[in-house]
Design a protein around this ligand. Structure first.
Ligand SMILES: [Zn+2]
Ligand SMILES: [Zn+2]
Length: 177
């Protein structure tokens, strides 16, 4: 089976990258390789002081290795799509690439004490969520499912770092299709 890739720019939290790689490998039962990504300054929007996630996805699609099943990029930059204030991540539905922003996953972003366990837990959930989209999963009504929509960080914390049984069934169908 083709491997998954997780990519990150040089300034990306290394512990988050390792957590994402190990977690994806365990969840999907696939080898996961790491790859270095160039910076995403080209996606910067000075009016919003944020980075356009669609442009980042386009870059990832160009860089996706030929042998990769999927490429999931991690970035420290705060991402947006035009209709939303921000996004925790963005993926090509049933595509090959996804991106997750670490910018809003740390407690300190919300003025709280740093907590690595909470941060890495959120990283795993968001990486799983966006990767799920690339395998064709859409948002799930089960609030505890990793595929539940999160527009606030509290909603990430309410989710499990796992897919619900219904999403697992769809995933098994999609992955083998
Ligand atoms: Zn989503
Ligand atoms: Zn679900």
């Amino acid at each position: 089976m083709k491997p998954l890739y997780v990519g990150a720019t040089a300034d990306t939290d290394r512990e988050a990258l390792t957590a994402a790689r190990e977690f994806l490998s365990a969840q999907f039962g696939l080898p996961v390789r790491e790859t270095e990504l160039p910076g995403v300054d080209f996606a910067f929007d000075p009016r919003r002081n944020q980075y356009g996630s669609s442009a980042v996805l386009d870059m990832l699609a160009r860089l996706c290795p030929p042998d990769a099943a999927k490429l999931v990029g991690l970035t420290e930059r705060d991402l947006f799509i035009p209709v939303l204030t921000f996004v925790f991540g963005h993926a090509q539905l049933q595509g090959r690439v996804a991106v997750v922003s670490l910018a809003r996953l740390r407690q300190e972003f919300y003025g709280l004490e740093p907590n690595r366990d909470i941060f890495l837990d959120r990283v795993r959930k968001e990486v799983l969520h966006e990767t799920g989209h690339t395998f064709g999963l859409v948002h799930c009504g089960d609030r505890s499912c990793a595929m539940a929509l999160s527009t606030r960080v509290q909603q990430i914390d309410e989710k499990q770092a796992a897919f619900c049984p219904a999403c697992v069934r769809q995933l098994e169908h999609g992955v083998t299709a």
